[in-house]
Structure formats: structure tokens, C-alpha cells
Design a protein around this ligand. Sequence first.
Ligand SMILES: *[C@@H]1O[C@H](CO)[C@@H](O)[C@H](O)[C@H]1NC(C)=O
Length: 323
Amino acid sequence: MRLERLFCKRRFFKCFAVFILLFMAWMFISFMMTINDEDFPDDVVYDIFIDETQDDHPHVPLDQEIMEEAARKKSEKRYGSVENVDPPDPIILWWTEFTLEPGKSRSCKDKRCFFTNNRAFKSHKNLRAFMFYGTDFSPNDLPLPRQKHHEWALLHEESPKNNYLVCHEEALNLFNHTSTFRRESDFPITTQHLHSLKWLESDVYTKTISQKNRYQQQDGLAPVMFVQSDCDPPSDRDTFVKLLMKHVKVDSYGSCLHNKHLSHPIEKPLEGMAHKDFYELISRYKFALSMENAVCKDYITEKFWRPLMVGTVPIAFGSPALH
Ligand SMILES: *[C@@H]1O[C@H](CO)[C@@H](O)[C@H](O)[C@H]1NC(C)=O
């Protein structure tokens, strides 16, 4: 009796399990058939995938094109439409904004050229040259495609640290003309911060050694001064100055290793650095740390010339060409 019951029970479960399995299989098969035959007709399935055999699928704009279009629109908004402007002279376009002029005719060797910042001139038939300001030069924003008669020119007067790209041969080879701190460039600006030799000969600010000694003894000035606004640059000058400070007193006026204040009106770096009060201040020191933010051949700035002009010895670190 017991056995019989158990047997029946077992058989019942077996039958039930088989029934469930069959039911699920039927559900699955009918579901698959619905997918293939009704919900996804062949042509719809086909469209989901990219059809590489078809030539006329819509053109997807590249990032470069989107950016260029945005820059062109911005440029047109700022400098105006060029529909009715048709300069007869060769057009020189500042691809990276520089003069901020919409367009101006200037002499250009023995003829006239039309200089503009307006990118709408990019495709003008008279366009001859694109100019780039080194710091703003970006490989993601170039006037492409480059035409045979398009010449590219680079002006890079700032530190190599501002754009590492222009330290590379491959980048420099893109340009037909260069004007940089390197003396090998077509129009070198190595000495742009030295206005004339007369400046070096002038003794307007020069102090005698006994005067400088008095500034040290009476006003408590250090023998060495340091001014900078850019901390921890690639030249790592701060590490050197920190070490030097362990041995020699250094008056540091800039934002790094700061221990001395610049007073009005020279506390603002941009306006103050060419002020006569600033020259006067440097001239009271025996030495000035003239350390560039990047060490690069021929990169010599006013940090070097300024102490020389006022009779203070520059302790120079920068271009290996300095002697
Ligand atoms: C300008 O430079 C490019 C790239 O080096 C070169 O292909 C082109 O011929 C140059 N154009 C002229 C006019 O020298």
C-alpha cells in the first residue's frame, strides 16, 4: 500500500515535469517564430546594421568638422560676414586670433596684403598664408585641407612651456615661415626684450657697490633678489632657490617662496614689471636670480636683460647659449 502510493506519486511528478518541459519548449519555439516572422521583418533588421555596400548613407561629421564650423561661426559673429568684402590683395589670415582686427590692408614687403582674423576668409581665392600664435596652436584646429598655395607661418615668442608641441621638429616642419626665440628661425626674436644696446650702457639706475652695501646694512636688503609669478615651472628653478636660501639670504618677491612684498604701484606683475620703481628696486641689489621657466636654446627674456640694464649681476639659468 505504501509502495503503491509512493509509485503513484512518483509517476505523477514525472508526468508533470515532462508536461512542464514540453510547455516551455512550445513557448520558446513560438516566441522565436514570432520574432522572425512578424516583429522584425527582414528589411528592418537589415537597417539596424551599417550597410557597407551602400554608398549614400548619411555623412557623419567628424569632431574636427564640428569644431571648425563652430569656430567659423564664432569668428563671423565677432568680425562680421564677408559676403560683400572682396580684398584684391593677398590675404593673410591669423588662424589663432592675434590682432583682433576684422581686416586691414598693410604693406607687405613691396606690395599690400589684407590681414584679418576672420576665419570666413579661409576659402577665399586670394588667401595666401595662415598665421599661428604658438601658444594657441593646436593640432585639433587647423585650416585643412591644406592647399598648395597656402603657406603657414608661426609666431612663438613665449616660453616653450606654453606649448610643448612647437619644441618638436615634426610640428615645426608644418610651417613655411617661423618667428621664434630660436636664432635659426626665419625672423628670430631672441633679443626682443633688449630694446637697444643703449639700454645696457645707460647708468640711470646704476648704483655703486658702497650704495648697494648701504641698502643691505640700513634697509636690510638681501644680496640677492628673486621675482617670479609662475611656481614650479619645468625648469624647476624653485628647488634651486630653496637650496640657495639655506646659504644666502634671498629676497623673494614673487608668489613662490615669497618673503618680501612689492609695494604699490609695482605689485601687479604685468603692469609693474616695466615700471621705473621696479628698475630702481632691482638696482639696489648686487645679484638678481634670472631664471627662466623653461630651459630652451635661445629662450632669453627680460628676466635676464633687466638686471643687466640697471647694473645688477644676473645669475642666469635658461638658454645654454648664455655666456
Ligand atoms: C610649405 O610647407 C609645406 C609643408 O612642409 C610644403 O608642403 C609646401 O610645399 C610649402 N610651400 C611653399 C610655398 O614653400
